[in-house]
Structure formats: C-alpha cells, structure tokens
Design a protein. Structure first.
Length: 286
C-alpha cells in the first residue's frame, strides 16, 4: 500500500476520471459494430500473432467487444448495472486506484493471451491459426466480473434487487458467481484456464492486499485462545452484576476491591483492562 501511495502521488494527474463511462461507451460502439458490421470485429480481437505482425491496435481495441448477451434489453440493464458499480468504486478508491485496477485487468488479460498463444504455438504449431483462436477466446466479460467482485468485496452487505424483484446481498451474488467461475475453470481446457486466471488476476491482487493475514500468525492465534479461556472462566452467579471486567483475565472489582480498571484508547471497541494488563495486552484491531 505504501508503494501504491507513492505511485498515486506521482502519477495521479494522469488518471482518467469517469473511466467506467468510457468503457461503457466502448461497449456501445462494439455492440453497434456487431449488428451492422460483424466482420469488423475480427480486426479488433486480441490476436497475438497479428499484434506481432504490426497490428498493435489489437492490444487495445479488443476492449470494445462487449460481453455476449442475447437481447438488447438485457445488454442495457447489464451496462447500467456495471456503470453504477464502477462509478461507486471510483468514488470509494479514488480515480487513480480505480484506473490501476481496470488497466491492470486489461494488461493481465493481454499477457495471458500472449502466453497462451506462445504455449499453443509451441505445442500444436500453426502460429497464425492459434493466434486467431486465442483472439476469439479473449472477452471483456471478466473485466465486468472483476468490477462486480471488487464492489461485492467492498460492500458485501449491500442489498440489490435481482431481476428487479428478489432482494439479495452482494456477497451472496458474489458467492454464486464464484461457484460458476470455478465450474468454468474445471470444465475448460488449459488455455481457457490461463485466460480466466489472468483476466481476474487484478481482483486477486486487490483482495489479498486488503486482507490482514497477521491475525492468522501463531502468536495472534495463541493470544485469542488465551483471551477466550480467560473470559470463559466460571464466575459466582451470586456475586451479582459488576461494573468492571478485565478483557484478559476476567477479574472484576468483586475479585479484588483494590484493582483499578481502565479502557484502552488504542483498542478498536470497548475493551476494559485491569491494572495488570492495561499496558501489557495486545491491542485489538478489527
């Protein structure tokens, strides 16, 4: 995160505001081409063979190809949905970080396509045909999916109306899509698996970078075990209700009237400690 902060201070002036709007506009252009000039789309796909033979625009123009849908109404609904998600993510993260996330997904997808093509050309030969095959497989579907997953990770309890009728939380939708993508991964051949992983690599990096894995360290696990054992110690029910209780040892003013208790200002939450543990406890972080 410190590295990202340094990048933001240095390059934030180059960030593109309202990036989601430009993505949606590109999808609209691609959708119009798919209706009136389908053959034009073959010159926009991410064909690694053609890229290496001078058609470098394919590294960018494949983003214009919209995710497949069966009806224009569902296409409009899907684009409006992802527009709202993307704009909210940009407001949450800031323009620069959202740019890094989206362009990172595009970059990883392009790298995945090139790596897949190189392996397939080495294994099966016919580099030109393999390049066209890889270009057809590359889709912007997973760019939209990465936006949805990132939003669900940021706002897991936000409720949306599925099909404008069924209320459901974002996290449950994310779990469903996660299962569907796992099924796609298992049913796909290795080229499809490479493309799926690389297309969602930006979300994987984002998700792991936001998690605090220190809570799984042996020291932290032991501390929580000691805490649970301390607070679960049986107390005398006849002692009555107490005003103070140490979050570490569980002692109250009834155990020792001379004990002093204080709340810790560095712990996140209302945690009170006795004088023996006020300065020696591990601060609680949520």
């Amino acid at each position: 995160m410190n590295f990202m902060n340094k990048l933001e201070r240095k390059f934030s002036k180059y960030a593109v505001p309202n990036l989601t709007m430009y993505l949606i506009f590109g999808y609209v252009v691609g959708y119009i081409l798919s209706i009136f000039s389908p053959g034009m789309l073959t010159f926009l796909t991410l064909d690694p063979y053609q890229v290496l033979h001078g058609q470098v625009w394919r590294l960018v123009t494949w983003v214009l190809i919209p995710p497949a849908t069966q009806h224009i109404i569902f296409y409009v609904i899907m684009m409006l949905f992802y527009y709202q998600l993307g704009m909210n993510l940009e407001r949450t993260w800031g323009t620069f970080r959202y740019n890094v996330y989206i362009f990172g997904g595009i970059l990883y997808t392009a790298i995945g396509a090139i790596v897949t093509w190189l392996i397939m050309s080495a294994v099966y030969g016919n580099a030109e045909y393999m390049g066209a095959y890889v270009g057809i497989q590359v889709s912007t579907y997973y760019i939209c999916m990465s936006i949805f997953l990132a939003f669900a990770a940021c706002y897991p309890d936000m409720q949306v109306l599925l099909y404008f009728i069924i209320p459901i939380k974002m996290k449950w939708l994310a779990y469903v899509y996660g299962v569907l993508m796992l099924i796609d991964f298992l049913q796909s051949r290795w080229p499809g698996r490479i493309m799926l992983v690389m297309s969602l690599l930006n979300f994987g990096i984002f998700y792991l970078s936001t998690k605090d894995f220190r809570r799984y360290s042996p020291k932290e696990v032991h501390r929580r075990q000691v805490y649970r054992q301390a607070v679960q110690q049986p107390r005398n029910p006849a002692a009555g209700i107490t005003k103070h209780k140490c979050a570490i040892c569980g002692r109250t003013e009834l155990d020792d009237p001379s004990l002093e208790f204080r709340f810790c200002s560095k712990c996140e939450g209302n945690y009170e400690y006795c004088q023996d543990h006020l300065f020696t406890h591990q601060h609680v972080r949520r």
